[in-house]
Design a protein around this ligand. Structure first.
Ligand code: S3P
Length: 166
């Protein structure tokens, strides 16, 4: 595997964080999670940030964090909406290998059903969440060098699959 930054992108519940952790263990590369960075940097939980400042401000800060990540080989797990900004998509493509963790809606909906931490899916219907996914799908695909459907893979299998293709 080439020693280069790997970005994991994909919808909420696709397994970015857990697969990223295993990839980090297997490669020995440091793992950075943009959501975690966000909370460290702002000192406030993402859910509360949305409530107080709204999505627009969240996106601005998220971009700031992405663009200021250390420029060295690492595994970067990103928030599901990172691809919404053109600037971010450009940055991802220019600075690393982008892996899209694809996932069937029935699988991520099931994983997310009891989640209380993600403001964008709280109080949303299954149809609304699926629609958000459909809208984002072309942006994930456009940003990624490789795509992998994680729906029927274990975390371990997904990490091995990515390593073989890097
Ligand atoms: C978001 C996904 C979340 C987090 C925020 C917004 C999104 O990250 O960044 O709640 O817009 O898809 P995960 O994809 O890690 O859940």
């Amino acid at each position: 595997m080439e020693r280069k930054t790997i970005y994991l992108i994909g919808f909420m519940g696709a397994g970015k964080t857990s697969i990223g952790q295993v990839l980090g263990e297997k490669t020995g590369l440091p793992v950075i999670d943009t959501d975690e960075r966000f909370e460290e940097y702002t000192g406030i939980a993402i859910r509360d940030f949305f409530e107080q400042y709204g999505e627009e401000r969240f996106r601005e800060k998220e971009t700031e964090i992405l663009l200021s990540l250390p420029n060295r080989p690492s595994i970067i797990t990103t928030g599901g909406g990172i691809i919404l900004k053109e600037k971010n998509r450009q940055f991802l493509k220019e600075t690393g290998r982008v892996v899209f963790l694809q996932c069937r809606p029935d699988v991520f909906l099931d994983r997310l059903k009891d989640d209380q931490t993600r403001p964008l899916i709280m109080n949303k219907t299954v149809a609304e969440i699926s629609e958000m996914y459909e809208k984002r799908l072309p942006l994930y695909l456009e940003s990624a060098a490789i795509s992998i459907d994680t729906s029927d893979f274990s975390i371990e299998e997904a990490a091995d699959y990515i390593m073989k293709r890097m």
